[in-house]
Design a protein around this ligand. Sequence first.
Ligand code: SAH
Length: 352
Amino acid sequence: MTESIETTLQALLHTQSAPDRALYELITSPDCDVELSSLADRVRRQTYGTAVYLRGLIEFTSHCQNDCYYCGIRHSNHMAVRYRLTREEILDCCTEGYALGYRTFVLQGGEDPEYTDDSICRIVCAIREHFPDCAVTLSIGERSYESYLHFFRAGASRYLLRHETADPRHYQMLHPKSMSLAHRKQCLYDLKAIGYQVGSGFLVGSPFQTPAHLIADLCFLQTLSPDMIGIGPFLTQHDTPFAKYPNGSLSLTLRMLSVLRLMFPYALIPATTALGTIHPQGRELGLKAGANVVMSNLSPQSVRQHYALYDHKICTGEESAQCRGCLEQRIKAAGYHAVTDIGDVKRAANEL
Ligand code: SAH
């Protein structure tokens, strides 16, 4: 490890920031990964010990009005199988999840206008009524300030919306003209203003991405100061315009996870399904590199393979209970312990 990288690590450790040039050197240097991840693990243990928070993920609709070039459930993908879960089916997933110990339900889906504000509110209310000791997280894309406010008042307290890339030109290379980075950012600021615990994040290794884009991602996250940060490698889906582009890399994703842990010691950072898909031990490696959340699939087994954002997605053939057991083992094997409480962010008062 060079002296300048050592200086960068110390700066990140003590000030949670570093100059762009130093970050550039760090994220393009493969030879300091061991030191970087052990430092990230140290920081994670200081805030969260060995706790890994479990979230129950319910992928409730594969319909989407958007056309993100990387995503398998994009509107123009006529090969995609579309499904929607009813409120009752969603509640059944929660009942099963509750019995397995989950205390956070993450409702994720494509941008599907069939679910009006009212229907989302009814779903959120029903979950909160049946499971008052659980948090509801929404991840349903871009909506208006008013819609977000309705969902919040209905009882959703967390929202996940990745910015995907913080460089406006790169954003336009990944999305159609109808979408803009400016609007995504506005949504994130709206969600914060309303009082949600907000999660954002980006793809690692998406087509045309450069290290400068990744630095822009870090910089934007510093401005946003989210509670949760989700990143994962870009993975190809064979029926998308990006079918021929290479997957993002495991090592760069792990490196970015560690940098995020150093910059955001308090953040809830998942070892994502995409990370588990790119390598059999991807999630364990993610935990060791600084991640402290794992999301487990609670969707009915019959629909799982149809929420196909990318090829070869893991956990599509299993039952929820099997996923739960498997995760517990993996977390233990990596040297951590699974926690099933509600798992709110542990931010110091001066950081709020
Ligand atoms: N409609 C919601 C949920 C999107 S799916 C929203 O817009 O927020 C959740 C995340 O999956 C996306 O934010 C994206 O970062 C990731 N994703 C989509 N396609 C992917 C792919 N091909 N490879 C890796 N991650 C992908």
